[in-house]
Design a protein around this ligand. Structure first.
Ligand code: GLN
Length: 446
């Protein structure tokens, strides 16, 4: 009731929820009370959360921020939704997002932008901007997000919350609408690393319905939360503290690193020489995979269908023309171009080779350090409208986040101070399957 009341009071101004199901939330809360009384409650029993509207749900629409799926109700739940439900959470509603998770500001949602709860002329980040704003404004205790190139970490940084992108394959992608399948990964967004550990515990694990879902054992993500940081080697890439980084953001991150050093960690200067190739490679691979994934939205099987189609081509072109927004069309065009005969080797294949170089940088670095630290974003949350007609400026905002997706590694963003009243995020990245290490460092820091 507390959260439903806050939603009533603040969602009009934030536009963070696209759908709220108060009745089933109340039923869920009653079931949680009963579970508690009969001694069957787990750590997440009765915890009110929101799901990013990219996760399929049978009880509420799943729009993915698009007109294409305006009235779409899925016949099944995403694995993430089912797993969290089984852990006892209460779902309050679905969170606004950039259309098909393409964006860094939430301005690409067909359902309107989301305001940053810290300052309402600022963006909350994207694409999981609704999820981040919901958690920051206390319109739920936690939320789910997805991260293809930074969409959990960047909005977490902009809204002053904690978000972790797990190792690729740690969490099932079944029922999570695909953007770029080799990069997409779901994860939790919450106030603290401790909360993220509990949520990730419920979300992670093998799923026969997703062939890329890892079969590796799921550790206890909370086990190392309080582990001493003495001797932990933290790598600081010189390329992260260079041109493009706002100096005050750099100051906050350096202050956080000094605190970690004070707690016994050893700071080591390192280099990730191919860092400058991350954005170019990501913005070929992600659109290429998107152009393929989004071919399923054809006006026949899913979502929007144009009025009175004259023939099959007219049905396809008008349904897609009307259903998709400008950024989604831009990605489909770029991706189809990069994949087309004659250009494939020059663009897509080249980008995949560069992706390997980026990954090799991390392999080399992790021979010397346990985690890599830096800023999550080059600046604090920017003003709404300031980048919306400049796609390249928008893409450059992902400077520090896409490398973890290109290499499949886990990475977390934790709040580390403010610049002029706007939150700043500290990003930590670890070798594959070492989420517990990231949660440990973030928890000790918090
Ligand atoms: N901002 C990036 C993009 O637009 C990342 C989005 C994401 O992680 N879903 O592709």
């Amino acid at each position: 009731d507390h959260y439903l009341q806050r939603i009533e009071q603040y969602n009009g101004q934030l536009n963070a929820y696209l759908a709220v199901d108060a009745e089933s939330a109340r039923r869920g809360a009653e079931a949680a009370d009963q579970a508690r009384q009969s001694g069957e409650a787990g750590p997440l029993t009765g915890v009110p959360i929101a799901h990013k509207d990219i996760f399929c749900t049978t009880t509420m629409p799943t729009t993915c921020g698009s007109r294409m799926l305006e009235n779409f109700v899925s016949p099944y739940n995403a694995t993430v939704v089912d797993k969290l439900k089984a852990a006892g959470v209460v779902t309050l509603g679905k969170a606004n997002m950039d259309e098909f998770a393409m964006g860094s500001s939430n301005e690409n949602s067909y359902y309107g932008p989301v305001a940053n709860p810290w300052q309402d002329d600022r963006v909350p980040g994207g694409s999981s901007g609704g999820s981040a704003a919901i958690v920051a404004a206390r319109l739920a205790s936690a939320a789910t997000g997805t991260d293809t190139g930074g969409s959990i970490r960047q909005p977490a940084a902009y809204c002053g919350i904690t978000g972790i992108k797990p190792t690729y394959g740690r969490v099932s992608r079944y029922g999570m609408i695909a953007f770029a399948s080799s990069l997409d990964q779901a994860g939790p967004m919450a106030q603290t690393a401790e909360d993220c550990a509990l949520l990730l515990q419920a979300m992670a694990g093998h799923d026969v319905r997703d062939s890329t879902c890892s079969q590796d054992a799921v550790p206890d993500f909370s086990a190392d939360l309080n582990k001493d940081l003495k001797g932990l080697r933290i790598g600081i890439p010189e390329e992260y503290f260079a041109a493009g980084l706002d100096s005050e953001v750099g100051d906050r991150v350096n202050a956080a690193l000094a605190e970690l050093e004070g707690a016994g960690a050893i700071l080591k200067r390192i280099s990730l020489p191919n860092q400058k190739l991350c954005i170019p490679s990501y913005y070929v691979i992600a659109p290429a995979e998107a152009s393929s994934n989004l071919s399923r939205f054809d006006g026949v099987r899913f979502g929007h269908r144009c009025e009175n189609p004259q023939d099959i081509d007219d049905l396809y072109t008008r349904s897609r023309g009307e259903g998709f927004g400008a950024e989604v069309k831009r990605r489909i065009l770029m991706g189809a171009y990069a994949l087309s005969a004659g250009y494939y080797d020059a663009y897509y294949k080249k980008a995949q080779q560069v992706r390997q170089l980026v990954s090799d940088d991390f392999t080399r670095a992790f021979a010397e350090v346990d985690v890599i630290a830096g800023p999550t974003t080059p600046t604090p949350a920017f003003a709404r409208g300031s980048k919306s007609d400049n796609p390249v400026a928008m893409y450059l905002n992902d400077l520090f986040t896409v490398s973890a997706n290109l290499s499949g590694l886990p990475a977390i963003s934790a709040p580390c101070g403010f610049v002029e009243g706007l939150p700043v995020g500290l990003q930590l990245c670890a070798p594959a399957n070492q989420e517990a290490r990231l949660l440990n460092v973030a928890h000790r820091y918090q």
